[in-house]
Ligand binder design. Structure first.
Ligand code: NDP
Length: 281
């Protein structure tokens, strides 16, 4: 029987631990503060921002919220980021993506001070990860490492196959698995014989954004399967990149959707904010 990796439970444990850390920091006179910027009123982004603010309130992190109108200019947004970079009371800055099409996302990401880059998207953070220096790590892949470690799944020496090479999931995921001494293969849309490569995996991370793409023919007996994808089907139900029903009897452990990787992203964002506040101390 497969072990179902419970992301809801693990993320709650992490948030409880962070709550204690924040209380201790407060006793030492150190507070933690996250600034969240949303441009426009995309309903999905509003939900994500709301969830981040709720998590901050639960843990005891102060949150500053900036809801800017759709027609905000790039200069205005960069001006606000600059102000927040200079503000010693702000530990982390998060710009909810996507931003409106008239803005330059890359320039916005580059404008956030690496010391406050709690999303881990700044090139300096990405570079630090690849050369093993201290820096913030992208939250979803960092959360996956926590899921594995807290489920006592060993990474060292394992064949790890990451399918997807985006800057926020696939690439940092591969770097983190490598840091944990896994033997890592990265696959993408041009990979030949994807099925055969996936079947070699002891740990398979599926992050391609295609509903129920990976069935049992992609999975080795006893593998660990991490499903990053999240999709809402026509029936209104959520599913991942993995065909859970077809795969679950073949694997040793698997993350469900919902309740697997999803809840970890916010927990790791909170972790990064607390780390930023600790560094200030
Ligand atoms: P992107 O669209 O940025 O990247 C998808 C990657 O998958 C690309 O590298 C692409 O290859 C590759 N790919 C696409 N189709 C195939 C295929 N048929 N075979 C092999 N590789 C393929 O997606 P993200 O990385 O941002 O997200 C991936 C999924 O994870 C999405 O479903 C997203 O919703 C979800 N997600 C979930 C999060 C969570 O908190 N649970 C957080 C972030 C994302 P190429 O580079 O060649 O185009």
């Amino acid at each position: 029987m497969a072990y179902i990796i419970d992301g809801k439970k693990i993320s709650s444990e992490i948030k409880e631990e962070l709550k204690e850390t924040v209380a201790q920091l407060k006793e030492d006179g150190v507070s933690a503060c996250l600034a969240v910027i949303q441009v426009g009123n995309d309903p999905a982004s509003s939900v994500y921002v709301g969830n981040k603010k709720k998590a901050c309130a639960f843990i005891g992190i102060d949150s500053k919220s900036y809801e800017l109108p759709e027609e905000t200019t790039q200069e205005e947004l960069l001006g606000l980021i600059d102000e927040l970079n200079q503000d010693p009371a702000v530990d982390g800055i998060l710009v909810q993506l996507p931003i409106p099409a008239h803005m330059d996302e890359k320039e916005v990401i580059h404008a956030i001070s690496p010391a406050k880059d709690v999303d881990g998207f700044h090139p300096q953070s990405v570079g630090a990860l690849s050369i093993g220096e201290e820096g913030f790590v992208s939250c979803t892949p960092a959360g996956i490492i926590q899921l594995l470690k807290r489920s006592n799944i060993e990474i060292e020496g394992k064949e790890c196959v990451v399918v997807g090479r985006s800057n926020i999931v696939g690439k940092p995921m591969a770097m983190l698995l490598l840091r944990e001494n896994g033997t890592v293969t990265i696959c993408h849309s041009r990979t030949k014989d994807l099925r055969e490569v996936c079947k070699r995996a002891d740990i398979l991370v599926a992050a391609i954004g295609k509903p129920r793409f990976f069935d049992d023919s992609y999975v080795k007996d006893g593998a660990v399967v991490i499903d990053v994808g999240i999709h809402r089907g026509e029936d209104g139900k959520l599913c991942g990149d993995v065909d859970y029903a077809k795969v679950v009897d073949k694997v040793s452990a698997i993350t469900p959707v919902p309740g697997g990787v999803g809840p970890m992203t916010i927990a790791m964002l909170m972790n990064n904010c607390v780390e930023a506040a600790k560094r200030k101390r």
